[in-house]
Unconditional design. Structure first.
Length: 216
């Protein structure tokens, strides 16, 4: 079962991210039209899932990552373009907030924890179309596990870690204990400690090198 911990951000801020013209989405019936190939390629290239919805929950567009996550969250749903209820509840919070704060451009952010993954970070904001009276919902879905893994891989390259050090670091960044890392990689606890000591030394050397470049 999924659980939500929504966090409201009530500060006014400019819209960021995707913008569409009336040529991209039909303004009268909120029916999806084919996004331009370049724009679609950009959306598909996002690491996060991207959903564009009407205020009635109808799909306008979703990249492959968003489709995959929605299927994960609603495995028993036969309907293809179905918004998972936990995500739609967050969307409803933004819709309701418009009545309370009509002059503020708000973003609703919530953490969605699931039983079989590290969970997701959901952000919902309004998406306006030039020359259209309709409002749409822009939903971004961040896979926290994937984000942590990507960050760890980037750090491993940045610090010049060996293959084994990188394996240890990826698990450590995923909140595995030293004992769990040892069991996962079939190595001793002392070996894990040795690799982590080396990782921290390389991390410190990298930071000192950056500070030296700034001073120079």
């Amino acid at each position: 079962m999924s659980s939500l911990t929504p966090t409201l951000h009530t500060r006014p801020q400019a819209f960021e991210g995707l913008t569409f013209s009336k040529k991209t989405l039909k303004a009268n019936g909120c029916q999806p039209s084919e996004p331009p190939s370049l724009l679609q390629a950009i959306i598909e290239g996002f690491v996060d899932g991207v959903l564009i919805l009407t205020i009635k929950g109808e799909w306008i567009h979703a990249n492959e990552c968003a489709r995959h996550i929605c299927q994960q969250l609603s495995p028993c749903t036969s309907q293809v373009n179905s918004v998972p209820q936990p995500i739609w509840h967050i969307c409803e919070s933004l819709i309701e907030s418009r009545k309370l704060f009509p002059d503020e451009r708000m973003i609703i952010e919530a953490e969605l924890d699931t039983e079989n993954s590290a969970g997701f970070r959901i952000r919902v904001r309004w998406l306006e179309l030039d020359g259209s009276t309709h409002l749409y919902l822009l939903v971004t879905i961040e896979d926290r596990h994937q984000s942590t893994q990507n960050a760890a891989i980037t750090e491993a390259k940045k610090y010049g870690l060996t293959h084994r050090e990188a394996e240890v670091w990826l698990l450590r960044r995923a909140n595995y204990s030293y004992k769990e890392i040892a069991a996962r990689l079939y190595i001793t606890l002392n070996t894990v400690k040795k690799h982590m000591k080396s990782v921290y030394a390389k991390q410190q050397a990298n930071l000192l090198g950056q500070e030296g470049q700034q001073v120079g």
